[in-house]
Design a protein around this ligand. Sequence first.
Ligand SMILES: NC(=O)C1=CN([C@@H]2O[C@H](COP(=O)(O)OP(=O)(O)OC[C@H]3O[C@@H](n4cnc5c(N)ncnc54)[C@H](OP(=O)(O)O)[C@@H]3O)[C@@H](O)[C@H]2O)C=CC1
Ligand SMILES: O=C1O[C@H](COP(=O)(O)O)[C@@H](O)[C@H](O)[C@H]1O
Length: 507
Amino acid sequence: MTSSVTPTRPPATLLFIFGGSGDLNFRKLTPALYNLFLDGYMPEQFEVVGIGRTAYTDDSYRERLLEGIDEFSRRKNGPENQWATFSPRVGYLQMDGGDAAAYHLIGDRVKAREADWGGPANIIFYMSVAPQLVPGIATNLSQLDFCGDKSRVRIVVEKPFGHDLQSARELNALLLSHFAEEQIYRIDHYLGKETVQNLLALRFANTLFEPLWNHNYVEYVQLTAAETVGLEGRGGYYEQSGALRDMIQNHLLQLLCMVAMEPPTSFEADEIRNKKVDVLHAIRRIAPDQVDQVAVRGQYGAGEKDGGSASRKPTPAYRDEEGVKPDSMTETFAAVTFFCDNWRWEGTPFYVRTGKHLAEKSSVITVQFRPAPHYAFPGAAAKSWQHNCLIISIQPDMNIRLRFQAKRPGQTLALDPVEMEFNYNTSFTEQQPEAYETLLLDVMAGDATLFMRADQVDEAWQIVMPILDQWAAQTDPASMPIYEPGSWGPDQSTEMIEKNGFNWMNE
Ligand SMILES: NC(=O)C1=CN([C@@H]2O[C@H](COP(=O)(O)OP(=O)(O)OC[C@H]3O[C@@H](n4cnc5c(N)ncnc54)[C@H](OP(=O)(O)O)[C@@H]3O)[C@@H](O)[C@H]2O)C=CC1
Ligand SMILES: O=C1O[C@H](COP(=O)(O)O)[C@@H](O)[C@H](O)[C@H]1O
């Protein structure tokens, strides 16, 4: 998220991707870099070096990456064969990240490129590896003499950032013993999504909504990140994680911050991050004996899902998935009620939910306004006050809808809900960049606004820890609510919100 209207090209950059042979690089990182290149945003001088233990030559590595471009990139290798221009600037280093003696290969590569390019370059280390490898790699990197150079050396750390509060603190402490905070880019890819960044524009570039944006007018806020997919081959990781750690601790709490934060005075990275951390700080801590009142978990059972055609596909229960224990207590669905105890939001609940194998893929924020203080309309018309809301669709639909009531034409005072809609696809002709394009460009440009600072990660863990601890203590497999694949999660989720007189918005 550059603070200038037209981004300038970052300076010369050497990007090392630990985990170059892995899934994330194949599906997301290289396609993102390729699209930045096609859009003219890559530096004039750059090289991307994948690192892994798998044996690849530069050529066989490039061939493998091209498969990823053809399958996952928003722009493929077209008839002009643009890949042929991009790929010579991609290479591979076969090395084990745990082998300290091998790191001279990185030092040699940096020296060679800087000699070619005629001066110092940005050096970026992307940790696209399992989290347990990060401390060792960071420690080995710190022995390279240039690593302390705050002006041009950065380390990007993927999620999950720790497994719990303690491990996150340990990881932060270790990283901070080798790198300065401004060198560390903790990535949360939701923050790179166009529709998420647009929350700042919606709220702070308009006067329209701000007077209403508080507990006086907002009855509640709902944040949903529903997925239709299951584990996608990531059973080993997910079994240790679960929906609360995987989505709520990071992505959904970050979205909540964007909805609830105070107006920033500038778009400086620390100004935005200060305002966001204030929200996390104000979120009410959940007492252990309150967890069951405000948090619900669930796990998908066996069932059938609509495969997008008339046919329905059988799906195994979570406990029958590869890499999952048969009596697993890992939740694939979580819903939590948060309260933000500050002047703006006192008493307004924030209902947050996420899950795998749900009815729809849809990430949506709904801001529900309070009913009008007095209805002069006849009784039946007044019933539809709940239609007074702002619906912000993050993905796959990318739109904002303002729903309000209008008089039905004719000799009647009946009211019907109607919508005004802003839709990205019809309002703009520009293609939407993928989140990783925005975030990688920001790292190269040295803009940390959309990245998590250590204190944000820490606060977010503090918020979810009571729930995690309580759930960890409930070990009877029969106590886990099971939901049907293709549904909206367990009944307990509906009950959690209905007891306050509200409903989930499933659209
Ligand atoms: N995939 C995704 O969609 C997402 C992934 N992430 C995160 O990104 C990170 C990577 O995930 P993903 O790509 O899926 O994982 P993969 O298992 O596909 O890849 C892991 C990578 O780590 C490398 N690796 C493992 N051990 C070593 C070692 N000792 N030295 C050097 N490299 C090593 C592997 O290479 P080799 O075997 O060749 O050594 C491989 O390239 C994880 O932290 C994950 O949580 C985050 C969001 C989404
Ligand atoms: O970080 C993660 O996000 C994805 C969902 O990302 P999206 O951009 O498709 O909404 C989720 O599937 C995965 O489990 C999680 O680790």
